[in-house]
Design a protein around this ligand. Structure first.
Ligand code: IVH
Length: 670
């Protein structure tokens, strides 16, 4: 075949791809097909024939690539270039008004436009396009690292495989199943295990190792965020959404722009009233500042951006029958109460258990077995019991009596003065120990991958571990573990040991958090470590010394002292030390030296305004770690310096001048 006719064939194939893509867009995205399925299939078959004969001309964005057929062993982990944050919540109008007031105060301006979007109840996804082509799709994961689901996302026909952008561009949104597609999956006789709600079904469909399954589930993607918006030269969220339209990247059509917070409130009211009338599940409303160039200035906490907020719908309350109350013990010894109820459907999932805070709560509300109880989801996740419907009570109701002994070890429970909770104070309580070891291995603590609560339980029940430190002796017990019927195989054993060994190098704050000292959370552990560096140092501190860390109060300081004066704990630390567990704080900024001329900034208190070459969190971390500085959001008479970058907030500069606070504009911390 001569070059001329080959060129013709390639042209023909390109033409077919273009035509089919247009039909797919009309069918899947616009849901307004202009041709019959028959016509579409004819064209697709033509293309398939050409592709068989001329594989060298198969295009990356050919519709034939959307059918799946890719099977992977596992999803690879990928680090996000920019962390995928979550949103802080608003529960009523006041929270929204406060959100608006805080923003105006921070920016020092009085007119703020917002964009109001439905909060889609799906799975966050990050798409990366490179030189016009779809390149990668990564799930949210823990926000820092996600899973590579590129092959799966490629089968979602509403997501274009090409866009008009040269270079690399990240686009974030949500993958979900509309209500109709969800019902179809659950009603399909081939679906062996029914999904509790559309979100779970979407998750199971997207994160499937066989992409043919993903391809057949009719997943959709709505997109709402371009983190590096400057790349497309747009500075308003509403314009970015329109740009997405121009790229045929789908987004919710129920998004509006509001000129002020009052318009936002009207829209929130409307969406709340109509929350069940969407084709897809929504679990709230997202309110965002429209002007994206304010985002850096408004900044971020470690978890949330301050330029957006998620309004949560008031909880739905449903009724069921309380069948029984389970009593369990947690790692601190605290006793938990869990209600078993007749299963009901609530906010899209079937629930059969709910939390009852403590025994006092049950008594106070006079909740009895066989009562009709009211249930709601707190923060949309954990179901809670609101109370009993007394008017429905009959002779079947049985008064519940609070436990006096631990459900695991049967020792007498203790209730401390001024506390409503009951505690098991037996240090040898098996369940407590299992929970303590589980906490030690958890992600924010020693992050030992693969060591789940169920594995720990099996190891403990088989006498293979007795306390936290025994985790580090497991490597010598391979034969014994594999010989017992613990469902731990050779390969997973090796992975577990690898993870255990790796944890020995963790920075100290992870260990301290993992030890489970009462009241000491991860942040407090990090602050302690930053200041006092080693476990040996921390163990010897007096209460006053501990409280030199501004954020640490009386109760926590006392608890730390108490923990280190207990001989069992000292023994535990000694054992961990002998297994070479790192007990020093590993400071990522250790190699950054403070120049002589910058020594004046040591131990000072800073407020930052404007944008810089580094992001705010990096600057804050360097100031705190290297300069032992305090960084806060508002200027007070105790502020030493105001650091100003590009577009600094005028009201902050004015306040600094009034209070005679020094203003620095150079990026001295580098
Ligand atoms: S904006 C920096 N907009 O809700 C955070 N999120 O609870 C940018 N979500 O992780 C997120 N609909 O997965 C945004 N219209 C919407 C959303 C939305 C759903 C999800 C998203 C996010 C979570 C936060």
């Amino acid at each position: 075949m001569n070059d001329e006719s080959k060129k013709e064939i390639k042209n023909k194939m390109d033409q077919l791809v273009k035509q089919l893509k247009q039909y797919e867009y009309e069918y899947y995205a616009l849901e307004e097909p202009t041709v019959s399925d028959y016509e579409y299939d004819q064209l697709l078959n033509q293309l398939k024939k050409y592709e068989n004969n001329f594989p060298e001309f198969i295009r990356f964005d050919s519709p034939t690539k959307r059918v799946g057929g890719f099977i992977s062993e596992k999803f690879n982990k990928v680090k996000h270039k920019i962390p995928m944050l979550s949103l802080s919540n608003a529960f009523d109008e006041n929270d929204l008004i406060k959100f608006d007031t805080d923003i105006k105060k921070e920016l020092g301006i009085s007119d703020i436009e917002y964009v109001v979007e439905p909060k889609i109840d799906g799975l966050s996804i990050s798409l990366i396009y490179k030189n016009k082509f779809f390149y990668k799709a990564i799930t949210r994961g823990d926000g820092l690292t996600g899973e590579d689901v590129t092959e799966n996302v490629k089968t979602i026909r509403t997501i274009p495989l090409t866009i008009d952008y040269d270079g690399e561009l990240e686009i974030r949104g949500e993958i979900f199943l509309d209500k109709e597609s969800f019902q179809k999956i659950n009603n399909d006789p081939n679906t062996v295990k029914k999904f509790a709600n559309a979100r779970n079904a979407a998750s199971g469909s997207l994160r499937n190792l066989d992409t043919t399954v993903t391809a057949n589930r009719n997943l959709k993607g709505f997109f709402y965020y371009v983190p590096e918006n400057e790349k497309i030269n747009l500075s308003k969220q509403f314009d970015i959404l329109k740009w997405l339209d121009s790229q045929r990247i789908l987004r919710s059509k129920d998004i509006v722009k509001c000129k002020d917070i009052f318009e936002v409130l009207d829209r929130v009211k409307y969406l709340t009233e109509n929350r069940n009338n969407f084709d897809y599940d929504i679990d709230g409303i997202v309110i965002k500042v429209n002007n994206v160039s304010f985002y850096e200035e408004l900044g971020y906490t470690s978890k949330f951006p301050k330029w957006a907020i998620a309004y949560k719908f008031p909880a739905n309350v449903k009724e069921s029958i309380l069948k029984s109350i389970d009593v369990t013990v947690g790692r601190t010894g605290r006793i938990n109460f869990i209600a078993n109820i007749d299963p009901i459907e609530l906010d899209g999932s079937v629930i059969s258990k709910a939390t009852l805070h403590n025994a006092e709560y049950i008594y106070e509300k006079d909740i009895r077995i066989n009562d009709v109880v009211q249930i709601y989801k707190a923060g949309d996740i954990i179901p809670k019991i609101l109370g009993s419907k007394l008017e429905n009570r009959d002779e079947n109701s049985i008064k519940w009596i609070k436990p006096t002994h631990c459900p695991s070890c049967n020792s007498l429970l203790k209730q401390f003065e001024n506390e409503v909770d009951q505690y098991c104070i037996n240090k040898n309580c098996h369940e407590k120990i299992i929970q303590q070891i589980t906490h030690f291995c958890s992600r924010d603590a020693m992050n030992i991958d693969g060591v789940s609560e169920s594995i720990i339980r099996k190891l403990y029940e088989n006498n293979l571990i007795k306390d936290i430190s025994d985790i580090y002796l497991l490597k010598d017990k391979k034969e014994e573990i594999l010989s017992k019927d613990l469902l731990i195989k050779d390969k997973s054993f090796n992975n577990i040991i690898k993870a255990i060994e790796k944890s020995k190098q963790n920075s100290l704050e992870k260990l301290i958090f993992g030890l489970g000292i009462k009241h000491v959370g991860y942040t407090a552990a990090r602050l302690l470590c930053r200041r006092f560096k080693t476990l040996q140092n921390i163990a010897q501190l007096t209460k006053d010394e501990i409280q030199e860390v501004a954020e640490i109060g009386d109760k926590m300081a006392e608890s730390i002292i108490e923990w280190f004066s207990n001989s069992n704990n000292i023994e535990l630390v000694a054992k961990l030390l002998s297994y070479s567990i790192n007990m020093t704080y590993i400071d990522e900024y250790a190699n950054v030296n403070v120049k002589d001329e910058n020594l004046i900034f040591m131990n000072k208190s800073f407020v930052i305004t404007g944008s810089f070459n580094d992001n705010r969190n990096t600057i804050k971390n360097i100031l705190e770690s290297v300069y032992h500085a305090k960084v806060s959001g508002t200027i007070t008479k105790n502020t030493d310096y105001l650091i100003t970058g590009k577009n600094a907030t005028q009201s902050k500069v004015d306040k600094a001048n009034t209070l005679k606070i020094k203003i620095v504009s150079e990026e001295f911390w580098k």
